[in-house]
Write a protein that binds this ligand. Structure first.
Ligand code: ADP
Ligand code: MG
Length: 151
């Protein structure tokens, strides 16, 4: 499958990429975020939130698995890191198929519950402030969006 790569040199650049992506999103869209601790998953989510017109500050949901924010569209921010060995199903489908955009940090931990039509985003540390960001669109629509963003 096709992949799209970009190098980010600062947290602002990462947020700005996410903000651009946000302008293309619609209800029922699911984005997954993978990357080590401190890679920038939550930073990316902050940019998405800004792009969706959310004014409330987005934080890492440490003790909550799912947080909801309301902007032009609802944003469901999941961090499933703590589900590591429980395999809980918290009714994720209702979010994935809901009226907002869902973004999932550490998504591989709930791989089986993820919808097929999603946009996978991987963030790799390249240096202090440098990250490689890789988009893998798993639907035609997300591929078109990537073509527009990366052209
Ligand atoms: P994660 O959610 O993946 O654990 P966070 O977004 O919470 O990561 O933290 C990323 C950290 O890396 C932040 O402190 C951020 O300021 C810093 N950072 C430095 N450069 C970048 C970059 N290019 N993109 C994203 N974050 C960056
Ligand atoms: Mg995080």
């Amino acid at each position: 499958m096709k992949q799209y790569e970009i190098i980010s040199h600062s947290l602002e650049e990462t947020k700005s990429l996410a903000k651009t992506l946000a302008t293309y999103l619609k209800p029922g869209d699911v984005l997954t975020l993978e990357g080590d601790l401190g890679a920038g998953k939550t930073t990316f989510t902050k940019g998405l939130a800004e792009g969706l017109g959310i004014t409330k500050t987005v934080n890492s949901p440490t003790f909550t698995i799912i947080k909801e924010y309301h902007g032009n569209l609802p944003l469901y921010h999941m961090d499933v890191y703590r589900l590591e060995d429980t395999f809980e199903d918290l009714g994720f489908d209702e979010y994935f198929e809901g009226d907002g955009v869902t973004v999932v940090e550490w998504a591989h931990l709930i791989e089986e519950q993820l919808p097929d039509n999603r946009l996978e985003i991987q963030i790799f540390h390249q240096g202090q402030d440098v990250r490689k960001i890789v988009f893998t669109p798993l639907s035609e629509r997300f591929e078109q969006i990537c073509e527009e963003i990366f052209s």
